[in-house]
Design a protein around this ligand. Structure first.
Ligand code: RIB
Length: 296
């Protein structure tokens, strides 16, 4: 796993505030998060051996995040420490279970291409290399390129997606897994329906990604695999309380199943079942289920 580690500062509120508004919340929690950390924890709890390549600060948040990963038996030998403060995420979750997130990268900005080059021996031991966009773009590209060179399966969760990706990234990606907002940013196609997701996925495949899986929240996923026509796969119906890290849980579960050699459709279904559990619980890493909780 190449990615970010954040301490999440989470306020629950009746709704998301408007610009300039002060809103009374009704709960606060501080929990381990970060898309990289969440996906690493998900993959580990769901059955994979995981190594974390990232960077924390030399501060209490960093120590807590490291302890959390080590408690999941995640290999932290490539987890660096920098002079920057550990990354944080300010999260508001509304009573409808939706969230809004602001991240401040801090030490996540100190994961560099040199970090990737210096850990190529570790990357060579992986079956699957997973990246997101909460570490610097040059670093993510270096990790994907190393994965391609080493013959690994590469997964890119392009989150958060502020802009279109450079064209030369797509051929480095085996599985591109955006949510609907990210798929819209990358493809220029607004997504309101699964058919919109199909059109966006086709556009992203044309750019060079081998497979595209657009996550659609409670609507499931649209999976465009290989040269196929694609398929909309609905999600299990659950009562969601907090969708934070649902996508991360899907990706971690999906990656863990790929690493076990499971067929892609089965890996997608497994990831969906895991994410469906995660949304019934609060917080990022605290919400992620263990393999024993997921029907095989
Ligand atoms: O995907 C959820 C995560 O996004 C949160 O844990 C937060 O840290 C941000 O990175």
């Amino acid at each position: 796993m190449v990615g970010s580690l954040n301490m999440d500062l989470v306020a629950r509120a009746p709704r998301l505030p408007k610009p300039g508004e002060t809103l009374a919340g009704h709960a606060f929690a501080q929990v381990p998060g970060g898309k990289g950390g969440n996906q690493a924890v998900a993959a580990a709890r769901l059955g994979a051996q995981v190594a974390m390549l990232g960077c924390i600060g030399d501060d209490p948040n960093g120590a807590t995040l490291r302890q959390g990963l080590e408690a999941e038996s995640i290999d932290c030998t490539a987890l660096g420490t920098s002079a920057s403060p550990t990354g944080v995420a300010l999260i508001i979750v509304d009573d409808g279970s939706q969230n809004a997130i602001v991240i401040v990268a801090g030490s996540n900005a100190d994961v560099t291409p040199a970090t990737i080059a210096g850990n190529e021996t570790l990357l060579a031991t992986a079956d699957v290399i997973v990246c997101q966009l909460e570490t610097p773009p040059d670093t993510v590209r270096a990790a994907l390129a190393a994965g391609r060179r080493l013959g690994k399966t590469t997964i890119l969760n392009p989150a958060p997606a502020a802009n279109a990706l450079p064209d030369d990234w797509f051929a480095l990606v085996d599985y591109l897994i955006p949510n609907e907002l990210e798929a819209a940013t990358l493809s220029g196609i607004e997504i309101a329906t699964p058919d919109d997701a199909r059109r966006a996925a086709v556009a992203l495949r044309q750019k060079g990604a081998r497979n595209v899986i657009v996550t659609l929240g409670s609507q499931g996923v649209f999976a465009l695999l290989g040269d196929g026509a694609g398929e909309h796969i609905g999600a299990p119906t659950v009562q969601a309380v907090d969708t934070t890290a649902a996508g991360d849980t899907f990706i971690g579960g999906f990656a863990a199943e790929l690493a076990r050699g499971r067929p892609v459709p089965a890996a997608i279904a497994f990831g969906q079942r895991a994410a469906a559990v995660a949304v019934t619980r609060e917080g990022a890493q605290p919400s992620i289920p263990h393999r024993s909780e997921i029907a095989e």
